[in-house]
Design a protein around this ligand. Structure first.
Ligand code: SF4
Length: 182
């Protein structure tokens, strides 16, 4: 623990923000959570960089581009415990369906042959855009992951039980009823 309170950071990589929404589904327990932790880098507080070492990192989404890989490695460097939250972080999830299609074929289907395109299109090539990877990678293929919390998304109760255990120095032990993969 880095200060008087444990710290929590969260990241949304190639996901849909549904796992972050499920965390918010803890409803009024959010007041207990803000009493329990200080948030560091997270979309919740719109903090773009780390203040220092963090106790628990919550990773939503797999890695589909180079920016995802940079952020995931940054989380691994800063977080003592890293959790893969949700199907996308654990196995690539729905976005990994693109792994069955070649990257160029995928880009051409969207940007050159999309049915709503008028007068032809072009594959975006602005240098500010992160380059796509050859496929979508689960987070544990990029960095070491300490815990996996399945579900699409995991329920608010499963997220609550996991976070409160880890943030208070306990190993998470979820009842069977809180485990799901859809
Ligand atoms: S696991 Fe499901 S809810 Fe979570 S980011 Fe992926 S698609 Fe969204």
């Amino acid at each position: 623990m880095t200060g008087t309170k444990p710290t929590l950071a969260t990241a949304a990589l190639t996901g849909c923000f549904g796992c972050h929404m499920s965390l918010l589904d803890i409803d009024e327990r959010i007041l207990e959570l803000v009493d329990l932790v200080d948030f560091d880098k997270s979309p919740f507080d719109d903090k773009k960089s780390f203040d220092g070492p963090v106790d628990v990192g919550f990773i939503e989404g797999g890695c589909s581009n180079e920016a995802n890989v940079r952020e995931l490695r940054e989380f691994r460097q800063h977080c003592r415990i890293l959790i893969s939250v949700g199907a996308c972080a654990i196995n690539g999830g729905v976005p990994a369906m693109r792994n069955t299609i070649g990257l160029r074929e995928c880009l051409e289907a969207v940007y050159l042959h999309g049915p709503s395109l008028e007068g032809g299109g072009m594959i975006p090539n602005d240098e500010d855009l992160p380059l796509l990877l050859d496929r979508v990678y689960p987070s544990h293929e990029i960095v070491k992951i300490d815990y996996f919390l399945p579900g699409c998304p995991p329920s608010a109760d499963a997220i609550w039980a996991t976070l409160t255990a880890l943030l208070t120095g306990q190993p998470p032990a979820l009842p069977y009823a809180l485990l799901k993969y859809e």
